[in-house]
Design a protein around this ligand. Structure first.
Ligand code: 6GU
Length: 226
């Protein structure tokens, strides 16, 4: 899979996408992430890509021209399955959307900044708008990093048995069960007996029950959606 990202702050994405599982995905050639500095398509020699909004009001808007040129140039070499604009007024991201996007071949992500991007870019180029939650970030970069991480780890071959996504929280609309490791007892706090007896059927039943109870307690809304 290839993910192209248009941003005025590539540095912000670089560090977050060059570690752990997502770095390994790129090293293995399973995921290619390309960061494109929007200023490359600036309207003047000062690198300008934003301006005040018509009608007045605080905050800058990313201009049509640099964005249109960037999207068109990148689209001339790659056919994108989706052109995604990260924005707090987009559809709220969940695991189902991540699963669907992880099956795509080419994605283009656009990170907004300041007040956002000129509406005409949304109308004429963007095919999907995604928010990562009901709060406002100063730019789309952290959201793009979140989306890329969530998608990247699901690409076939990226995870192994140890990191398998099969038992992730949300994969079956349930939260994952609690996990324990050594030692068996720490400060008098014991690991649940059932995990220590090697009975895989009992362990599986216990985990299912824990998942179910945990979901009822912490996220009853997930059960209502079923
Ligand atoms: Cl995608 N962008 C910004 N700027 N803020 C957000 C967001 C995205 N999702 C939640 N808050």
């Amino acid at each position: 899979m290839k993910i192209d990202i248009i941003t005025v702050l590539p540095e912000l994405l670089e560090s977050s996408l060059m570690h752990s599982i997502i770095k390994r995905a790129q090293d293995k050639g399973l995921l290619q992430i390309n960061l494109h500095q929007l200023r490359k398509w600036a309207i003047n020699e000062y690198g300008q890509v934003d301006d005040y909004q018509y009608g007045g009001g605080a905050g800058m808007v990313l201009l049509c021209e640099p964005l249109a040129k960037a999207i068109e140039e990148l689209s001339s070499v790659t056919t994108y399955d989706e052109i995604i604009y990260l924005t707090p007024d987009g559809e709220k991201l969940n695991q189902k959307t991540v699963n669907v996007l992880s099956l795509k071949k080419n994605l283009l992500l656009i990170c907004g900044h300041y007040k956002g991007i000129d509406e005409r870019i949304r109308e004429h180029f963007v095919t999907k708008e995604i928010s990562i939650g009901d709060y406002v970030l100063s730019g789309g970069e952290l959201a793009a990093a979140v989306l890329t991480d969530a998608i990247g780890r699901l690409i076939p071959g990226v995870l192994n048995d140890e990191t398998s996504a099969l038992f992730d929280s949300f994969q079956d609309d349930l939260l994952a069960p609690p996990v324990y490791s050594r030692p068996e007892e720490y400060r008098g706090w014991k690991v649940p007996e059932v995990l220590m007896n090697g009975n895989h059927k009992l362990i599986e039943e216990w985990r299912q029950e824990q998942s179910s109870n945990r979901t009822k307690e912490k996220r009853p809304d997930l059960l209502n959606d079923l």
